[in-house]
Design a protein around this ligand. Structure first.
Ligand code: ADP
Ligand code: MG
Length: 728
C-alpha cells in the first residue's frame, strides 16, 4: 500500500518536469507600476495634494481633511485603473506578520445602481474589529477600539485586486499596538538627534534618515512533501528526522548554480517585487541545500521594513504557484544551517552623505568617526536591548547553538579601524597642540581610506559587524519583523547622540575648540566601550569565557533575553526618547512571552502527536513483521542454526522496543510537564517553565524517533525524510 509519503514524493517528482520559464520583462518598464509612488501621485493627484504628501513625507507635516479627500480620489482612480475592487488598511500587528481587512469600493446608490467610493476619511482612519490581535492588556477586548491610521511615508500598493494602504495600528488611547508605530517614533528621534550632531560638520544638513538593507534567507520545499509533514505545516520546522547521508558537508550548494525549479520561482518573485517597487538586487544559494537568499538595495528604514513584510507575504503567494512552500523559520532542519536576516544599517543625510562611510577629507572623516564611534558606544551601553530585540523561539536555535552569531552581542570593526581607534585612544586629554592636530589630521583621520569595503576583514561570526560603510546586524532571525531591531538600534543611537552633543557642547562652552572637544569625547568613548569590541571567532568557547570576564551577557533563551526590555534602564530610555511608554513596553513584553510560550506549546503537542500516532504504530507494525519472521525462522531452521542467525534480529526487536518505550514514557512525562506549566499564572514564569522543563523532552523523543527511522523498513515510514525534503 503506497503511504502518504510515497504519494508526496511522486507528486514532487512529477512537478520537476512541468515548470515553465517565466517570460522576460525589462525591469525599468515595470518597476513600481503597482505602487502609488511619485509618478502615479503626479499623474493622479492635484499639484496641491501632491506637494502636501511630499511635505508630509519629508517634513512630517499634517495632511488636512480636504487634501486627504483629494489624495483618496487620486488613489482610487489609480487603483481602479489597475483593476482594484477592494481596499485595505495594511498593518503590522505584534504577531509579527501583516494584517488586512478588505472593504469593497462598491457602494449602492439606491436606485439599483452603484458607484465606487473611497473618501479621505476611509483613507486616513479605520476601525478594524481588532479585538483578537495581541495587545498585552492595553485594550480590553470589550472596548475593542483600536484604529488604523494612514502612514503617508510608505506608498500604497496593489496586491491582486486590492489597494493596500500602509497604516499604523494604535489603541483609542493612543498606545501602539503594532510594530510600525514605535519604529516611526524612533526614526523621528534619530533624525532629530543626528541632524543636530551633523551641524558640527555641515550646516546644510536638515534631515537624517536611517537606512536598512535586509538580506532574507529562506528554504524552499515542495508543497506535497510539506503537506505530508504535520510538523512543518503546524510549526514551520521539522521536529524529527534523521540527518541524511549527504547534507551540506560538501559545501557544494553555496554559490553553486541555482536549481532550475527554484530559479523559476525567483524570476516570478522578482517580477512581482519590481512591480511593487521593491528593489530586489541579489539572489543566491545559501549554505544548506535548498536554502537561498534574497536581498534588495537598501532604502529608508520605514519603507525597507514595510518591503520586507510585504516580501515575506509575496514569497508565500508566488511560491504556491510553483508548488513550493517557503520556510522562513530560523531552523527548519536540524543539522543543517539555519536562516537569518542580516539587517544592514546606516544613517544618511538629505545632502546625500552616508554618515558611516569614510570620506575624502579629514573633516568628513571626523564626521564619519563621530557616527562610527557613537554607534559602538551605543551598542556597548545597550547590548542587552539589542539581544532582546532579536529574541524569539525560532531564533533561539541559532543564537543558543554553535552557529550563526552567538547570543553574546559584540561589535566587529576590522583591523584598519581598530588601528585608527587605537591611535585616537592614545591622545592626551584636554586641548590639542598644533603638532598633535597635524599629526591627527594627517596620520590618523586623514588616512582612513575612502572605500574600506574591500579592506574590511570579513568576520562572519560577529553579530554586529562594520562592513565598510554600514553596520550589519546579523543576529536577526529570518522570520522577524525588522521593525523591532530597527526600533532598538535607532533608539539607542538617538540616546547616544544626544549625550554626545551635550558633552561636546559643554566642553565648547568651557572654552575648548570644537574639533578638540569632539576628539576628547570620542577618545573617552573609545576607552569606555572596549568591552563590546571583539575581532576573534565568535563561535569559540574562548570567546564565551572572555565575554563573561568582560561582563557581557550571554543569554541563550528568549524568555530571559526578553527581560532586558523591561529593566528600569530600558523603560526610562524608551520614555525619554519617546519611543514607547511604560504601558506599551510592558504590554509588548507580555505579548512576546505569550507568543514564545504558545509556540513551544504547539511544538510540544505536534511532536507528541507525531511520535505517538505516526512513529509508534509504524514501529510496532514493523516489529511485528520481525517477530513473525523470527517465528518462521524457528520453524524452518534447525535449532543450532537458528540460535546463530536469529540473534541479530532478536536484538533489533529489542532495540525497537526500547525506542518505542522511550517515546511512550517521555511523551507522557512531557504532557504532565505541560500541565504543570499551564497552571502557572505569570506569563514570564510560564514561558521560562516551558523553556526549561518542556523543551528538554523534544531531544529525548526525537532521538528515539530518529533511531527508529534508521531501523524501520523505508516502505513503512510515514513521513517524508530529510533526504527527500532538502533536495529540490
Ligand atoms: P553580504 O556579504 O553580507 O551578503 P551583501 O553585499 O550581499 O553583503 O549585502 C549588502 C546589503 O547591505 C544589501 O542589502 C545592501 O542594500 C545593504 N547596504 C549597502 N549599503 C547600505 C547602507 N548604506 N545602509 C543600509 N544598507 C546598506
Ligand atoms: Mg550580510
Amino acid at each position: 500500500m503506497p503511504t502518504m509519503r510515497f504519494a508526496a514524493v511522486k507528486e514532487a517528482e512529477k512537478r520537476q518536469a512541468i515548470e515553465k520559464e517565466f517570460p522576460y520583462q525589462r525591469v525599468s518598464e515595470i518597476y513600481g507600476e503597482h505602487t502609488f509612488g511619485n509618478k502615479a501621485m503626479k499623474d493622479y493627484m492635484t499639484p496641491e495634494a501632491y506637494s502636501s504628501v511630499i511635505s508630509a513625507v519629508n517634513k512630517g507635516t499634517k495632511i488636512d481633511r480636504n487634501i486627504a479627500d483629494q489624495v483618496a480620489s487620486g488613489m482610487k482612480a489609480w487603483a481602479i485603473n489597475l483593476g482594484a475592487t477592494h481596499y485595505t488598511h495594511w498593518f503590522q500587528p505584534l504577531t509579527g506578520s501583516t494584517a488586512e481587512k478588505h472593504d469593497s469600493f462598491f457602494e449602492p446608490t439606491g436606485n439599483g445602481e452603484a458607484m465606487e467610493k473611497f473618501s479621505g476619511g476611509m483613507l486616513v482612519q479605520q476601525e478594524p474589529d481588532a479585538s483578537s490581535f495581541p495587545n498585552g492588556g492595553i485594550r480590553n477586548t470589550f472596548e475593542a477600539r483600536g484604529y488604523t491610521a494612514w502612514d503617508p511615508t510608505s506608498p500604497a500598493f496593489m496586491m491582486g485586486r486590492t489597494l493596500c494602504i500602509p497604516t499604523v495600528f494604535v489603541s483609542y488611547t493612543g498606545e501602539a499596538l503594532d510594530n510600525k508605530t514605535p519604529l516611526l517614533r524612533a526614526l523621528q528621534a534619530v533624525d532629530n538627534a543626528a541632524t543636530q550632531v551633523c551641524q558640527y560638520f555641515d550646516r546644510n544638513v536638515r534631515k537624517v534618515h536611517a537606512t536598512l538593507g535586509w538580506e532574507q534567507e529562506y528554504f524552499l520545499v515542495d508543497t506535497a512533501l510539506y503537506h505530508a509533514r504535520p510538523d512543518l505545516r503546524l510549526t514551520g520546522r521539522t521536529l524529527l528526522g534523521h540527518a541524511p547521508a549527504k547534507g551540506q558537508q560538501l559545501d557544494d550548494h553555496y554559490f553553486g548554480s541555482i536549481p532550475e525549479r527554484a530559479r523559476h520561482f525567483m524570476r516570478e518573485l522578482e517580477y512581482e517585487s519590481y512591480r511593487l517597487g521593491i528593489p530586489v538586487k541579489t539572489r543566491h544559494n545559501e549554505v544548506a541545500p535548498s536554502q537561498f537568499e534574497l536581498a534588495p538595495v537598501f532604502e529608508e528604514a520605514n519603507i525597507s521594513v514595510d518591503h520586507n513584510s510585504l516580501m515575506m507575504d509575496l514569497m508565500d503567494k508566488v511560491a504556491r504557484r510553483h508548488h513550493f512552500k517557503v520556510l522562513l523559520h530560523e531552523k527548519p532542519y536540524a543539522g543543517v544551517n539555519g536562516s537569518g536576516k542580516h539587517n544592514n544599517w546606516s544613517l544618511a543625510t538629505d545632502t546625500g552623505i552616508n554618515l558611516l562611510s569614510p570620506g575624502k577629507t579629514p573633516k568628513s572623516n571626523l564626521q564619519f568617526l563621530t557616527f562610527f564611534i557613537n554607534t559602538i558606544k551605543a551598542v556597548n551601553e545597550n547590548a542587552d536591548l539589542m539581544r532582546a530585540s532579536i529574541a524569539s523561539a525560532g531564533n533561539d536555535h541559532r543564537l543558543g547553538a554553535n552557529e550563526a552569531p552567538p547570543a553574546i552581542i559584540s561589535v566587529f570593526i576590522g583591523s584598519q579601524l581598530t588601528a585608527t581607534l587605537d591611535a585616537l585612544e592614545k591622545l592626551e586629554k584636554g586641548k590639542l597642540s598644533p603638532e598633535q592636530k597635524t599629526e591627527l589630521k594627517l596620520n590618523v583621520v586623514g588616512k582612513i581610506p575612502e572605500i574600506l569595503l574591500d579592506n574590511t576583514d570579513r568576520n562572519r561570526t560577529s553579530p554586529f559587524a562594520f562592513t565598510g560603510n554600514k553596520f550589519e546586524f546579523r543576529a536577526v532571525g529570518s522570520q522577524a519583523n525588522c521593525a523591532q531591531p530597527m526600533t532598538i538600534l535607532n533608539t539607542i543611537m538617538t540616546k547616544q547622540l544626544i549625550e554626545f552633543k551635550t558633552t561636546v557642547d559643554a566642553l565648547i562652552e568651557g572654552g575648548m575648540k570644537k574639533d578638540d572637544a569632539i576628539f576628547n569625547v570620542l577618545r573617552d568613548y573609545i576607552k569606555s566601550s572596549q568591552a563590546i569590541r571583539f575581532e576573534g571567532d565568535g563561535y569559540s568557547q574562548a570567546w564565551a569565557d572572555e565575554a563573561e570576564k568582560r561582563g557581557l551577557s550571554n543569554v541563550k533563551t528568549s524568555p530571559l533575553a526578553l527581560d532586558f526590555y523591561v529593566t528600569e534602564k530600558a523603560v526610562s530610555l524608551f520614555e525619554e526618547i519617546g519611543v514607547m511608554n511604560r504601558i506599551e513596553v510592558e504590554a509588548r513584553h507580555e505579548i512576546m512571552l505569550e507568543e514564545y510560550m504558545l509556540k513551544i506549546q504547539i511544538e510540544s503537542r505536534v511532536l507528541g502527536d507525531i511520535a505517538g500516532n505516526h512513529i509508534v504504530p509504524t514501529a510496532i507494525n514493523y516489529q511485528n513483521k520481525l517477530i513473525q519472521n523470527v517465528k518462521g525462522l524457528k520453524e524452518v531452521l534447525s535449532a543450532d542454526v537458528f540460535q546463530k542467525l536469529a540473534k541479530d534480529q532478536l536484538q533489533m526487536i529489542e532495540e525497537i522496543s526500547t525506542h518505542i518505550s522511550t517515546i511512550i514514557s517521555e511523551r507522557e512525562a512531557m504532557v504532565e510537564e505541560r500541565k504543570k506549566c499551564n497552571s502557572i499564572e505569570s506569563a514570564r514564569e510560564r514561558a521560562i517553565a516551558y523553556c526549561d522543563n518542556v523543551i528538554p523532552y523534544f531531544g529525548k523523543i526525537r532521538y528515539a524517533a530518529d533511531k527508529l527511522e534508521m531501523l524501520i523498513d523505508d516502505e513503512l515510514w510515514p513521513l517524508p525524510k530529510y533526504r527527500e525534503l532538502i533536495f529540490i
